[in-house]
Design a protein. Structure first.
Length: 185
């Protein structure tokens, strides 16, 4: 049986929780030829904003420096697979990635990353974080622009299109999902 459609506040709270509890996502960037490229990434949620850590010698860093438009998806997939399908939920997000240069924000991104990824405490990954002009590590802040929320707890086919506030800190609008028109034959 379907649940009632969630409110904007409920969707926002569910997304924030998903971004704080799910560890891996797929991040898509655009290369110089306009082709998408994706990578599995750890995204650290800070409200609806996420932070991503990478290194200057990666393709994703080169792609984002050239074109800051990115997309990512993240999902809760139940441990019991098909039998838990009525609890799945997922987010597809389009956003703008910005290199974090402020040392206080870099420390903040490091802290929430360590809080969210306990395994990172066993590494030296976040021990000596510097601004990007002083080292090989880079943090990106990804600010949401628009997205799609799917929640099988509402119904197996529930989808909502999302538009975010200019600062990316709240959902500005939720609208029903409509299938994309088929391309002309």
């Amino acid at each position: 049986m379907s649940k009632p459609e969630p409110t904007v506040a409920e969707i926002e709270a569910e997304i924030i929780e998903l971004l704080r509890t799910e560890e891996l996502s797929s991040l898509a960037t655009i290369d110089a030829d306009g082709f998408p490229s994706s990578a599995r990434m750890h995204l650290a949620g800070d409200g609806l904003i996420v932070y991503m850590h990478t290194f200057k010698n990666t393709r994703k860093h080169v792609h984002i420096r050239r074109n800051p438009h990115v997309s990512y998806d993240i999902a809760y997939l139940p441990p019991d697979g098909f039998y838990g399908r009525f609890t799945t939920r997922s987010l597809q997000m389009q956003g703008i990635a910005t290199v974090v240069t402020d040392i206080d924000e870099i420390r903040h991104a490091s802290k929430i990353s360590l809080d969210q990824f306990p395994w990172a405490a066993d590494t030296s990954l976040f021990n000596n974080i510097k601004p990007p002009d002083q080292g090989m590590q880079v943090f990106y802040r990804i600010q949401p622009v628009r997205g799609m929320w799917a929640d099988a707890r509402v119904s197996l086919s529930y989808r909502a299109l999302l538009e975010f506030s200019e600062d990316g800190k709240s959902i500005a609008q939720v609208s029903g999902y409509k299938l994309a028109a088929a391309p002309p034959a």
